[in-house]
Design a protein around this ligand. Structure first.
Ligand SMILES: Cc1ncc(COP(=O)(O)OP(=O)(O)O)c(N)n1
Ligand SMILES: Cc1nc(C(=O)O)sc1CCOP(=O)(O)O
Ligand SMILES: [Mg+2]
Length: 213
């Protein structure tokens, strides 16, 4: 399972493209995982969008994760759900899903990461790594030192989200991230596939450089 490039969809900044279209373009550019995130949709509309993203991601073999809503993730046949510190606790989600179902958890520090993994998290995401304009209440970035400390504290893949783009993605991988999650760097780009391709190439190169260190 690889999470190298994990793209979170956002129709608000997607220049009129739907979640499914954004997902299709991101995966065409090499995204390994797509998360459907939309706080504005009703449950029914989110499910409709999720079914569309499921089709697109299944065609290309990319992982499909739903943000917040375990019920929608299960109903749409998604590969997993992403839960934050105010969402359903990971232990509860774990009891409700089949063993292969992915449960990802947002964390702010190594202690939270250790607790998330003890509760059954399959990956953790340091949130936010840097300041971001894509989520109003994200707060200040925790920085690369926090990322490195989480990487040494847990054995599951460690992602980072918030303020990551073409200009800083290499330093994020160098600090120990197994993957990066992005919204604006891909979704707001005029050419979504090209933006994803550029990020993915940098991630692959930075991982190769890290292996040779
Ligand atoms: C990959 C990834 N990491 C972190 C988050 C943030 O989740 P959360 O803290 O629950 O905040 P919302 O996204 O629900 O506003 C995420 N969605 N994805
Ligand atoms: C969805 C999300 N969650 C965050 C958190 O810190 O919890 S930051 C974020 C948005 C990240 O967008 P961008 O790549 O445009 O900075
Ligand atoms: Mg959430």
């Amino acid at each position: 399972m690889t999470y190298d490039l994990y793209v979170v969809t956002d129709e608000q900044i997607g220049h009129g493209r739907s979640h499914a279209e954004l997902a299709r373009l991101a995966v065409a550019g090499g995204a390994d995982a797509v998360q459907l995130r939309d706080k504005s949709l009703s449950c029914r509309s989110l499910l409709t969008a999720a079914r569309e993203v499921r089709v697109v991601t299944a065609e290309e073999g990319a992982l499909f994760i739903v943000n917040d809503r375990l019920d929608v993730a299960l109903a749409a046949g998604a590969d997993g759900v992403h839960l934050g510190q105010s969402d359903l606790p990971v232990e509860c989600a774990r009891r409700l899903v089949p063993p292969e179902f992915i449960v990802g958890v947002s964390v702010r520090c190594a202690d939270e990461a250790v607790r998330a993994v003890a509760g059954g998290a399959d990956y953790v995401a340091l949130s936010p790594l840097f300041a971001t304009g894509s989520k109003a209440d994200a707060g200040a970035g925790h920085g690369l030192a926090a990322l490195a400390s989480i990487r040494s504290a847990v054995g599951v893949p460690v992602l980072a989200i918030g303020g990551i783009g073409q200009r800083n993605v290499r330093e994020v991988i160098a600090a120990g991230a197994d993957g990066v999650a992005v919204i604006s760097a891909v979704v707001a780009a005029e050419d979504v596939a090209a933006a994803a391709r550029g990020l993915k190439a940098q991630i692959v190169a930075a991982k190769e450089a890290r292996r040779r260190r």
